[in-house]
Design a protein around this ligand. Sequence first.
Ligand code: KG4
Ligand code: ZN
Length: 339
Amino acid sequence: MRVLGIETSCDETGVAVYARDGGLLAHALYSQVELHARYGGVVPELASRDHIRKLLPLVQDVMSEAGTGASDIDGVAFTAGPGLVGALLVGALTGRCLAWSWGVSAIAVHHMEGHLLAPMLEPETPGFPFIALLVSGGHSLLVEVNGVGRYRVLGDSIDDAVGEAFDKTAKLLGLPYPGGPALAQLALQGNPERFTFPRPMTDRPGLDFSFSGLKTFALNTWRESAQDDQARADIARAFEEAVVDTMVIKCRRALHQTGIRQLIIAGGVGANQRLRERLGQLMAEEDGRVFYPRPEFCTDNGAMIAYAGYRRLLAGQTAPLSVNVTPRWSLEELDPADA
Ligand code: KG4
Ligand code: ZN
């Protein structure tokens, strides 16, 4: 079985071909970061229009790189949510129409299921069950994963997602968009002793996250400081440390609560080196193992959508001919897909 995967939920156009024999045959990504940079965030209408321009040429490139003609494709997977409605519609309509014209099945994929199955694209994969920490610009989720489509959400963000908190804090420190990687880079030069930021919601039971207060804390700290380069780096360091520490505390709780000893990290913030270092230490202490997708599959990509779609098609699931997207969609609403 060969599956074409299409991702257009936000500001990245991702395409890939995944095969039962051979795994990932080809993948490519077009990022709109430059397009949105001068607005300091994603402009939904510009995102949709750019997906329209980039998607079909990318499909052609990836299929030719994979040595795959239309007649070799057995199914088309597209991201159907959550995400920006206009952006999702571009990928869903294109994917559905390609599948119809080629006479093959289509499958609608949940973007976060893509992220949490992304470690399966690596040579060493975790077996079920595992705990997934999904940390992106739109989500901070802790999920117990008992199989494809068998998800229990243990913790969720009650306000800003963790990537969003990184981006907003970076913006108020005057760093370029997208702020997460820039803030992490700057934090390397910061003094960890100078400021201590709170660890939100760790003083009470539960696994939910709240990061919006940290951004205000950073703003107040910045206003009261000399507002020079050293203060900027020290605040970046204290902010990153507080966010990472909070996630480590919640992951430890999730492991103890479930007795599960495998952890996977996915989503854009999973590229954060300090987070990786600290979670590595945690899993060593807990006598468990941590798994990551390679950095390019931590952020949005087509490969994870092709793979999630492949698993669902293998289990006999398909999407109807009507095209539906679901901008708000819980992982717990998904059907199990046992092949
Ligand atoms: O998963 P993703 O590519 O897109 C969404 O679905 O949101 O995640 C993007 C997010 C952005 O907020 C970006 O600032 C953040 O991931 N990010 C980072 C790092 N690299 C990307 N945040 C902290 N440290 C990083 N190294
Ligand atoms: Zn994502």
